[in-house]
Design a binder for this molecule. Structure first.
Ligand SMILES: Cc1ncc(COP(=O)(O)O)c(C=O)c1O
Length: 206
C-alpha cells in the first residue's frame, strides 16, 4: 500500500498541530473522512437538500443518490441486493431500534447471549430489551490469552431457550476477529437468531 497516497486523501491527516504532524489512534472514537466523501456530502447539500420521494428535481436527485449509495454498499458488503442495505443515524440507534422490534416476539424465560468482547452498544441494547420482556441475558467470557471469544463457554450457555446471540465480528478494543461461521452454525442448531456488530470489520477483511 502506498501510505503517502492514502494519507493525502484525508484532510485531517494533513494538518499540523503545534507544528507537528498529527496521528489519530482512537479509531473507535471517530473515523477520519476522505476528501472524496466530504466532496460528495457538500456537493449534495449545495444542489438542494430534499426528502426522499419528493416529486421535483431535488427529490429525484436524492432518490438517485440513495439508490446509488445502497447499491455501492451492497457491492462492498457482498449483500444479496441493495434492498438489504439500510442507513441509519449510527450503530447504537440502529441496534436499539432493531432490539425493540425483535424482542416483541420474546417471552419471559427466553434467553439472549452477548459477549464480554462486545462494544457496550451491542450489549446494552439487548439488555434493555431483555429487561422489558423478562428475558435472561448471558455473557460469554473472553479467553485472556488471545482475547478471542471462549467458544466452549459460549456452547455451554447455548440452549433451546436461546432466542438471540449477539457478537462482534471485530473487536474495537483488541482487533480480535470472531469465528462467525462456527457461532452462527451453533446458534442455528438451537433455532436462535444471530446479530453481528461489524462496525470494525471493514478495515480488517473483506
Ligand atoms: C465495535 C463497535 N460497535 C459499535 C459502536 C457504536 O457505534 P456508533 O457510534 O455508530 O453508535 C462502536 C463505536 O465505536 C464500535 O467500535
Amino acid at each position: 500500500m502506498e501510505l503517502g497516497a492514502i494519507r493525502s486523501q484525508f484532510p485531517a491527516l494533513l494538518q499540523q498541530v503545534d507544528e507537528q504532524p498529527v496521528y489519530f489512534f482512537d479509531g473507535p472514537g471517530g473515523a477520519q473522512v476522505s476528501s472524496r466523501v466530504l466532496d460528495a456530502m457538500t456537493g449534495y447539500l449545495k444542489k438542494g437538500n430534499a426528502n426522499l420521494g419528493g416529486r421535483f428535481f431535488s427529490g429525484y436527485a436524492t432518490d438517485n443518490m440513495m439508490a446509488n449509495a445502497r447499491s455501492a454498499a451492497a457491492t462492498f458488503l457482498h449483500a444479496a441486493s441493495p434492498e438489504n442495505i439500510v442507513f441509519g443515524a449510527n450503530m447504537t440507534t440502529l441496534c436499539f431500534s432493531l432490539s425493540r422490534a425483535i424482542s416483541r416476539e420474546w417471552k419471559p424465560g427466553d434467553e439472549v447471549i452477548v459477549s464480554e468482547l462486545d462494544h457496550y452498544s451491542n450489549v446494552s441494547s439487548w439488555e434493555h430489551a431483555a429487561r422489558d420482556r423478562g428475558v435472561v441475558v448471558k455473557k460469554v467470557r473472553v479467553n485472556p490469552d488471545d482475547c478471542s471469544i471462549d467458544v466452549e463457554h459460549f456452547l455451554s450457555l447455548l440452549s433451546t431457550q436461546t432466542k438471540l446471540v449477539a457478537f462482534t465480528l471485530a473487536s474495537n478494543v483488541t482487533g480480535t476477529l470472531a469465528d462467525a461461521k462456527a457461532i452462527i452454525r451453533a446458534a442455528r442448531s438451537v433455532g436462535a437468531a444471530t446479530f453481528i456488530d461489524a462496525v470494525h470489520y471493514a478495515p480488517h477483511q473483506r
